[in-house]
Design a protein around this ligand. Structure first.
Ligand SMILES: Cc1cc2nc3c(=O)[nH]c(=O)nc-3n(C[C@H](O)[C@H](O)[C@H](O)COP(=O)(O)O)c2cc1C
Length: 141
């Protein structure tokens, strides 16, 4: 059974909705899914997973959340991520998804293999919920 970890930061719940739907998609294909707010996440949650999904809003001047998410991800800078299949997801207010472009570059530098991305404006619409589920299925397959 494939092990997937979904790790996210959310305060208003928009990113959390995406996280829950990625989880549902992966479980639909029979994967075992660990889902955690990054505050509670451990390095092993990522290193031991077959594939991961990370979620963040655009915050702090069109960047991923800096205090917890960016700090957590720095742990992987010096570790070998062996091109682990990774999905990035998140929500923005006004940056039109620029935070995701910068985030993808950073994650490639850290050695992750970005296989899918989803950036939505504020709360996800029905079509975007479907995309989140499809990304979960992509990881779970
Ligand atoms: C304190 C704060 C800072 C924000 N900064 C940005 C920003 O720099 N750029 C942007 O596009 N949206 C910004 N937003 C909007 C959020 O990215 C957007 O509301 C997102 O849906 C929040 O996700 P959440 O509900 O999962 O917390 C900010 C929102 C808050 C509350």
């Amino acid at each position: 059974m494939k092990k997937i970890s979904v790790i996210y930061w959310s305060s208003g719940g928009n990113v959390e909705v995406l996280a829950e739907n990625i989880k549902a998609g992966a479980e639909h294909l029979g994967a075992e899914v660990l889902i955690k707010h990054v505050h509670y996440a451990k390095v092993e949650d990522v290193t031991k997973a077959d594939a991961v999904a990370f979620g963040s809003p655009s915050m702090d001047n069109n960047r991923i959340e800096q205090e917890e998410m960016a700090s957590f991800l720095k742990n992987f800078k010096e570790l070998n991520m062996e091109n682990k299949p990774t999905v990035l997801f998140g929500s923005y207010g006004w940056d039109e998804g620029q935070f995701m472009v910068d985030w993808e570059k950073l994650m490639i530098e850290y050695g992750f293999n970005i296989v899918g991305k989803l950036a939505v404006q504020e709360s996800p619409k029905e079509e975007e919920i479907k995309k989140a589920k499809a990304l979960g299925e992509l990881l779970g397959k």
